[in-house]
Design a protein around this ligand. Structure first.
Ligand code: AMP
Ligand code: GLY
Length: 438
């Protein structure tokens, strides 16, 4: 018997999800509810439907029409509007938490309060506000090291860091004012210094199976400079640690992820079924929590799924059937380097509509299509992160070489970060962490 699988979303993350479902030994047909026609996904799927990811009724209708057994939610927006609640009501299995539980990503205040109220390690000093009263005083208390975060989803644009986006308390207060004028809430918290990393876990709400830790690179340009982006590339190591992270640090992050799931279970008496993404930072005071996401990270998903030894669809079914403790979740001891090619001008003024050519690329198994259209048989840049390539090897050096050679062979008005996964950049990170400890 074959099962029908729905993948919601159509970026490189969802292309990676589709490829992993396709590899499963469980017979399946893949259907995709997409925000744009991704030619990579279209190639794998039985059907791709382009619609509005914020229109949950239309997603539900598609799922019912296609007799879907299990849905895998890629991006956060459908989670915020409660797509999981709706599909679960119709007895469709869903990898992706219900609306209440997805607040872990959709509300920064929710997450900080959860950490605090359940005494979970890693919470920075913070205060939540819905008006300007007390803001000035709290900023004065934090001095020059503060971060202002809009409470809700803002497509990565809601977080303003001192010294980076905010040059003075005056600018910070102006940003807070902008939020309150729109009746929004926000958090002010201490600015943490260190190296960031991501730990994603599969969870059925009771059991967690952790993935290898990955480091993303948010800045657009080499040397971690320039504006923030959705993520320009990421790497993971063959020992499933990172060059600047010890096993103790990773165990600490795992324990925080475990405690988060226990806290959610206690608070809502419900199971968080899906992917838990912990965004951490290693500081001189240990591992701290930057944020939580309720889905796979992009690009991090490409690093981990490329070395997953176990059957991805079997894991997804176990997540929804609360049997995650019964399935094996194993990853190969290989290093991975993922590099994104993005349009010239990205992220502020990306060009669009230009042709790209992937014909020189030798191994397309490890290629993932993102913001790309297919028009008259040609691949056309659609304005955001265009495509990603994951090099896999015995060591970071080997994986980086493959990734660099491959992404460089894509022709068109694109750029990528040559430094991701290279020795120089890694040594910089190790040194930065050494200096923190002094
Ligand atoms: P978020 O949307 O919460 O992931 O924040 C986006 C980025 O802002 C993170 O990846 C960090 O680089 C930065 N950031 C968020 N919170 C802090 C913090 N407390 N200290 C320093 N940087 C932060
Ligand atoms: N790579 C960061 C994210 O997916 O949010």
């Amino acid at each position: 018997m074959s099962i029908n699988v729905l993948v919601i979303g159509s970026g490189a993350r969802e292309h990676a999800i589709c490829k992993s479902v396709k590899k499963s030994l469980i017979k399946n047909k893949i259907f995709c509810f997409a925000s744009n026609y991704n030619p990579g996904i279209a190639n794998i799927c039985n059907n791709i439907f382009v619609g509005d990811l914020n229109d949950k009724k239309s997603i539900l209708k598609y799922a019912l029409d296609k007799n879907i057994k299990i849905a895998i939610v890629g991006p956060e927006n459908p989670l915020e509007i409660g797509i999981s609640d709706l599909l679960i009501n119709e007895k469709i299995l869903v990898v992706g938490p219900k609306k209440n539980l997805a607040q872990l990503e959709t509300s920064k205040i929710f997450t900080r309060e959860l950490l605090k109220n359940y005494n979970i390690n890693g919470c920075p000093e913070y205060k939540a506000f819905n008006k300007l009263n007390g803001v000035k005083k709290y900023l004065e208390r934090l001095g020059n090291d503060y971060v202002v975060k809009y409470d809700g989803l803002a497509g990565g644009k809601g977080v303003k860091v001192s010294g980076d986006h905010l040059k003075s308390h005056k600018e910070a207060i102006k940003y807070c004012e902008k939020i309150t004028k729109q009746n929004g809430k926000f958090i002010i918290e201490e600015k943490l210094h260190g190296e960031e990393f991501s730990l994603m876990s599969f969870t059925d709400g009771k059991n967690l199976k952790h993935m290898p830790v990955v480091q993303d690179h948010k800045r657009a340009f080499e040397g971690d400079k320039g504006p923030n982006t959705g993520g320009m590339g990421s790497y993971s190591c063959e020992d499933h640690l990172l060059p600047f992270l010890s096993k103790t640090n990773v165990d600490e992050a795992k324990s925080i992820n475990n405690n988060i799931i226990n806290a959610l279970k206690n608070k809502f008496n419900d199971n968080y079924m899906g992917i838990l993404y912990g965004g951490f930072i290693l500081t001189d005071k240990g591992v701290k929590v930057i944020e939580y996401n309720a889905r796979f990270g992009d690009p991090e998903v490409m690093n981990v799924l490329q070395i997953l030894k176990s059957d991805f669809l079997e894991i997804c079914l176990a997540i929804c059937e609360q049997k995650l403790d019964n399935v094996e979740v194993e990853f190969k001891n290989q290093a991975t380097v993922c590099k994104y090619a993005v349009p010239i001008g990205y992220p502020d003024n990306p060009i669009k509509g230009e042709k790209i050519d992937i014909s020189k690329l030798k191994n397309q198994q490890n290629l993932f299509f993102g913001s790309l259209d297919e028009i008259n048989g040609e691949l056309i840049e659609a304005g955001s992160r265009t495509l990603a390539y994951v090099g896999v090897g015995k060591s970071l050096i080997e994986a980086e070489k493959i990734s660099e050679e491959s992404i460089s062979s894509v022709k068109g008005p694109l750029f990528h970060r040559k430094d991701i996964g290279t020795n120089d950049l890694i040594l910089n990170k190790i040194n930065k962490v050494r200096l923190l400890k002094k």
